[in-house]
Design a protein around this ligand. Sequence first.
Ligand SMILES: Cc1ncc(COP(=O)(O)O)c(C=O)c1O
Length: 457
Amino acid sequence: MFSNSLIELDRAHLVHPVASYRTHETLGVRVLASASGATVTDATGKQLVDGFAGLWCVNAGYGHDSIVEAAAKQMRELPYATGYFGLGSEPAIRLAAELADRAPGDLNHVYFTLGGSDAVDSTVRFIRYYWNARGKPNKDQFISIEQGYHGSSTVGAGLTALPAFHAGFGLPFDWQHKIPSHYAYRNPAGTDPQAIIAASVAALKQKVEQLGAERIAAFYAEPIQGSGGVLVPPKGWMKAMRDVCRTFDILFVADEVITGFGRTGPLFACTEDEIVPDFLTVAKGLTSGYVPMGALFMSEHVYQTIAEAAGTSAVGHGYTYSAHPVSAAVGLEVLRLYEGGLLENGRKAGARLMAGLESLRDHPLVGDVRGRGMLAAVELVVDKERKTPLPAGADPARRIFDRAWQNGLIVRAFANGVLGYAPPLCCTDSDIDAIVERTRQTLDETLADPTVRAAMV
Ligand SMILES: Cc1ncc(COP(=O)(O)O)c(C=O)c1O
């Protein structure tokens, strides 16, 4: 009764992100009620292993009392402090310092946001300011990558390269350009890592030539493309792209909103890629999803250029909730937990997850298995030789998600038949084994789907 009335209220009033409003009205909401570790419980009492950590964000896992305590303590002492007027709060200052200490290279300056989209949006503002400061206002063209995701803000959604974020919104803007993804499983250059890197380098150079280096402000890349289907570039890809940008005086933005905070192993994936970008964006794992917060890191030269140009004038960029003390207190505690064992556990669990998913390769529907650490994907096809995707009529996003749900597992089911995994770093061996076993069961049921069967013959 309670849950039915919630479904009605939701249908009538709550607009859901990235949803077909009409389909959602028909299907109704599934209400989540509680969670602990890697397990969530819905309003009917059904328990599921959360193989996606909410929205790849609850990296620490659910139910950490110490995080709750840190937030409650901060709320009691000082629930809000503005950063305007030269004011500040201890947790925000400490978190900025702790993060700068751990960030790659000279990414020493941190601007806090409320999430990833406004972190990306803020980079666009700072980059424009930077090039104006350097007397190059014509450097106003931005390049990102097909299948990339950089959030849902008005300009960030144009850097994003997923059709649903453009259609009907008048995006992308004419100053937002794309180059093809490294998408190793389907790269026209083949599967050789060096050939894939060479193809991306050539594509970026070609774009630079076409637009003119003197026009290009910045290049955006995710260390692993998340929302595009967990596309893992070959080792050395980020470094090669970073080098091209340096050659042509193009700012390099590493979007680590998903890959940050242990998702691929270390705190920042850029460390493994052995690069220092000019900007680095984070969110999600920064507070493990317990409260909203994102951030961008600015390298020393960017910060100094902006500061010098502004002189005694204000740099006109700010949010009421930038550097929110409660979010910062949570961020500090989450960081303590990561370094107190969660990163280590995540590395072990990630190895087990990858081995488990690899064992699914013999399944008739599995075309590709890829990932790094606790970020992985299984790509389904109906013909392994031709790499034919599942037919749209099989409605993978809905039906595979539903089957997994029935089997007690939450995964990301992309519309093209890719299954995405990003479990909490706290996963036990049995959580990981359950993710793999329930995936196999879900694949078997998908194989029995008449639409899938018909596409296979
Ligand atoms: C790489 C990347 N950038 C930006 C964002 C946007 O973050 P948010 O949803 O917190 O606004 C996301 C969200 O998934 C992301 O994956």
